[in-house]
Ligand binder design. Sequence first.
Ligand SMILES: Cc1cc2nc3c(=O)[nH]c(=O)nc-3n(C[C@H](O)[C@H](O)[C@H](O)COP(=O)(O)O)c2cc1C
Length: 179
Amino acid sequence: MTSRVLYLFGCAAPPVLDLAGAVQRARSDGWSVCVGLTPTAAGWLEDQLPTLEEQTGNPVRSAPRSPEDREVWPHADAAIVAPATLNTVNSSALGLTPNFVTGYVAEAIGMGWPLAMMPYVNSAYATHPQFGRSVETLRSAGVRVLYGEGGFRPSPPGEGDRTAYPWHLALDAARSLAG
Ligand SMILES: Cc1cc2nc3c(=O)[nH]c(=O)nc-3n(C[C@H](O)[C@H](O)[C@H](O)COP(=O)(O)O)c2cc1C
């Protein structure tokens, strides 16, 4: 049987350093995984990129393809943006597409593709007035935003624990979105 395909997009917040573990969990759940990163996250994970490619069997992408290049990833059954930064949450809600990840989010919203986002923000970032508006906008656009009850809950600045990031909730959402 062919595995279902999960796009796992990471942004530049500390849990992205544990992305390989999330990939491993997804693969144990039966997913074939494609990893996409924001340019900043790709810089943070520079040393891990060969391992992630070996682990997934797919190229790690952090830049849009050129119009002349063919699509290199298989079609996705579900996609997760996790960890999603304040920057990527707000950019996505505003329809801004400065990079590969936000470009995918904009397309997924327009096309109605299954997409979940799980932020990782401290309680100071979370009180920025745009953040709450962005979460609402994304939810009303059909994105499953895993924030608050049943999702990520912020800690005060300096008290976050990246190892407590609830990857399992993102993977549960992917499974439910893929049907
Ligand atoms: C050490 C460090 C930790 C950071 N942690 C977070 C974080 O937890 N959440 C967040 O939204 N941004 C965090 N940032 C800021 C983002 O990395 C920054 O806004 C970046 O521009 C996000 O880019 P991206 O959304 O394209 O990945 C952190 C930055 C640094 C240097």
